[in-house]
Design a protein around this ligand. Structure first.
Ligand code: L87
Length: 743
């Protein structure tokens, strides 16, 4: 009332919305009036009022962009997650809109995605901070823009506030077979041939042909074929049959083709002669096949493979139609040790100091491959089974028979058909890198196939496959010494890599291979693409693709990838090994992992883990990368433990091991909040310890219940101190809710 002038009208800066209001009110935040007797206030520049906002409400503005968006790609689905904008503009009605663009990897040009993409739950008006896009195209670059909007966004002519995320989708099932032609037709059989689907999205392993007599759909026959032709026989004469075909790759079955209808010939047409010819045809075909087999077998054994070559499987016949039947290397590998000083594209290699050469420094990537990898003739390789799939194509097992050598089991990475020149370069880049390494704990490169259309990388075969899968399958089956032996091998391989100046960037149990002697070997090398291949890698806001759970904070935050960040990942691998392939940080989201680690939380000890090993893990996860151990120190530490097995007897104290919970790990000590005193000291509020203890707040559990009123009652009157304590408590409580508790 005091503020009212004598005239009973509002003075500037005040308003009265209705003449019935008893008094004038101050203009709400971000609004003003310069006039007397105002009935409302005007919004400041860049601030707005929505029609339905009451005049007493503050003026608001559009939100800032969403933050920390990350993506997870699963085949042709993309999951996006972000955190709300730092500034909601003063409104509670923030929602999100997703814009989708499909980008050409060569030209970099993007276009709108069109109608084929589905958004779950929806594309616009998203209230939650995540969305899933499905039915994207395989092996395609997409850019998603996540825009934050609120009730006044449409009044702002300014720029859209969005964060964008680039992703590349992975493999997908093949597209349907589209063209099917009829071949020879008799009264009892129909032969068909067809073309590979337009988008095979991988190597086609086989086709499934479903057919039935027209209008008799309930009773159908299914035949499988590795070829693109089949003959359906035992059919009824003069009847119509419906055929549908679908292809299968490592990614699964594609959709069925549309229906194709063909009719068998009627009975009357030269029935008897047709019948009588069958035995003749069968006999002559059989004789022909046997003759051909004998001739090819003779050629092979005579030329190189000493009778050891297996027959090329029909799988190979489908996938690699253009085989040349010659064996042997076309170029011998140069031994860099032979010439004491070797000049590599501007790099002087000093004898004794072997460093890794980035294949990017070669103008001609083909030269790099052939500098470091042997060329293998495709005819020396027999592909047997598909054992995995990656971004570039399938991984197969098979045999390699080289002239004058015993046949070897091998693993073969193939480049999918229809690759681009860049994909071929990136694919072979891995071989250029691997070919420079020679160490018992690094997967050994046998050579590459680059001639013809088939492009392959051939390595030694590791019987037990990827370490993560192997450990999950054999949960609890190994002695601690065996597990430490595996870790020792990985550390030794990593020491070799770091000595060579190679930073791995994707060290994880899934990228370690293990053989029948339980020898672990580091695998998965690459150029920029390493992480494209990794289903764990998520895109960060800065566009890098990073396997968050395995990556050191400085590498996530500012891409500081070094051997010290590899040491962090090594610590995570130790944790994976000691917990038999458990997923680091379980089902926490990437977002939560980043936040927890940044706040000093660390994975707890795996069950039954020797204390010395857990301590080593914690050392690898030091925030300060220079304080982390070096790989040579890790190797000698593990050697000591192996030589002195009783050192592994002390397990991490069962009571201090918190299963399923993250552990506070700050430089001050590995478990800061063991007491109220420690907690208050940590936030520089130690002066209140005594008062807390005297008033019954003697445990962290009790402290978690404290309210602001309690603080006042306890004599914490400075607002700054109240805030500091309440904020820190907030964290403790959030951690309780998330299942992360400081010890
Ligand atoms: O059981 C296996 N034995 N699996 C599943 C493999 C093997 C193997 O020797 N998977 C691979 N092996 N890869 C690819 C994925 C590695 C994480 C490789 C060997 C490999 C190849 C063929 C080329 C280059 C790098 C690794």
């Amino acid at each position: 009332m005091d503020s009212l002038p004598k005239k009973w009208v509002c003075r500037p800066g005040f308003f009265k919305a209705s003449p019935h209001s008893p008094s004038c009110s101050k203009c709400p935040p971000h609004s003003y009036t310069l006039d007397e007797a105002s009935t409302s206030c005007l919004c400041e520049e860049h601030y707005f009022r929505k029609e339905s906002d009451p005049p007493t409400m503050a003026c608001t503005r559009p939100p800032s962009a969403p933050r920390s968006a990350i993506s997870n790609v699963n085949e042709t689905s993309v999951f996006l997650e972000w955190i709300p904008p730092a500034d909601t503009g003063g409104r509670k009605d923030v929602s999100y809109y997703i814009a989708c663009k499909k980008c050409n990897s060569h030209s970099g040009l993007c276009e709108a995605c069109g109608g084929h993409v589905r958004y779950l739950p929806q594309q616009t008006g998203l209230k939650n901070t995540s969305v899933m896009m499905v039915d994207l195209l395989a092996h395609t670059n997409y850019t998603f823009e996540i825009e934050a909007v609120n009730g006044v966004s449409d009044q702002n002519p300014g720029a859209r506030q969005f964060v964008s995320v680039n992703v590349t989708t992975n493999q997908a099932a093949p597209s349907p077979v589209s063209s099917v032609k009829k071949g020879k037709i008799t009264k009892n059989s129909i032969s068909l041939s067809w073309q590979e689907p337009d988008r095979p999205n991988g190597i086609i392993l086989e086709y499934e042909i479903k057919y039935f007599e027209k209008d008799q759909e309930m009773s159908y026959t299914i035949i499988k074929s590795k070829e693109t032709t089949i003959t359906a026989d035992s059919l009824k004469p003069g009847s119509a049959y419906v055929f549908q075909i679908r292809a299968r790759t490592a990614a699964g079955y594609g959709g069925f083709s549309r229906r194709f209808e063909f009719e068998t010939s009627p009975v009357s047409v030269a029935a008897s002669s047709d019948q009588s010819q069958i035995p003749i045809i069968v006999v002559s075909v059989t004789v022909g096949v046997i003759l051909l087999a004998v001739v090819i077998g003779f050629l092979l054994s005579g030329s190189c493979c000493d009778g050891g070559c297996g027959w090329a499987s029909s799988l190979r016949a489908v996938a690699y139609p253009s085989l040349t039947w010659r064996c042997g290397y076309s170029k011998a590998k140069q031994d860099p040790e032979e010439e004491k000083m070797h000049f590599h594209n501007g790099h002087i290699k000093l004898p004794g100091v072997r460093t890794y050469i980035d294949p990017h420094t070669y103008e001609d990537p083909n030269q790099a491959v052939h500098e470091f990898a042997k060329e293998i003739e495709v005819s020396c390789i027999t592909i047997e089974r598909v054992i995995g799939a990656g971004e570039f194509g399938e991984v197969c097992s098979g045999r390699l028979k080289l002239q004058g050598k015993h046949e070897l089991p091998v693993a073969i990475k193939t480049l999918k058909v229809g690759y681009t020149e860049k994909q071929r370069r990136d694919f072979l880049g891995e071989a250029s890198i691997m070919g420079q390494f020679d160490h018992p704990n690094i997967i050994h490169l046998e050579g590459v196939v680059t001639k013809n259309k088939s492009v392959m990388i051939v390595t030694e075969y590791m019987e037990n496959g990827s370490l993560d899968t192997f450990l999950k399958k054999n949960d609890g089956q190994f002695t601690v010494i065996q597990l430490v032996g595996m870790l020792r091998g990985i550390a030794s391989g990593m020491k070799y890599l770091s000595d060579m100046g190679y930073v791995h960037r994707d060290l994880a149990a899934r990228n370690i291979l293990i053989n029948s002697n339980l020898v672990c070997k580091v695998s998965d090398f690459g150029l920029s693409r390493v992480l494209e291949d990794d289903p764990e890698a998520a895109y960060t806001t800065r566009g890098g693709k990073i396997p968050i759970r395995w990556t050191a904070p400085e590498a996530i935050a500012f891409r500081k990838f070094t051997s010290a960040s590899d040491v962090w990942s090594y610590g995570i691998v130790m944790w994976e090994v000691m917990s038999y392939g458990e997923r680091p940080y379980w089902e926490m989201t990437n977002q939560d992992v980043i936040k927890a680690v940044e706040e000093g939380y660390r994975l707890p000890s795996p069950m039954d883990c020797p204390a010395a090993l857990y301590q080593l893990m914690l050392d690898c996860w030091q925030k300060d990368r220079n304080s982390r151990p070096k790989f040579d120190e890790i190797v000698s530490m593990l050697d000591k433990l192996i030589r002195n097995p009783s050192s592994l007897k002390t397990l991490v104290n069962a009571s201090s091991r918190v299963s399923n919970l993250l552990v506070e790990h700050s430089p001050v000590g590995s478990s800061t909040y063991r007491s109220v005193g420690e907690w208050l000291e940590a936030i520089k509020m130690g002066r209140y310890t005594e008062i807390f203890m005297e008033n019954g707040y003697s445990s962290m559990d009790a402290v978690a219940q404290v309210t602001i009123e309690d603080l006042r009652r306890l004599g914490v009157t400075l607002v700054g101190h109240q805030k500091k304590i309440m904020n820190s408590l907030q964290e403790v409580k959030v951690q309780l809710v998330n299942g992360m508790v400081p010890l």
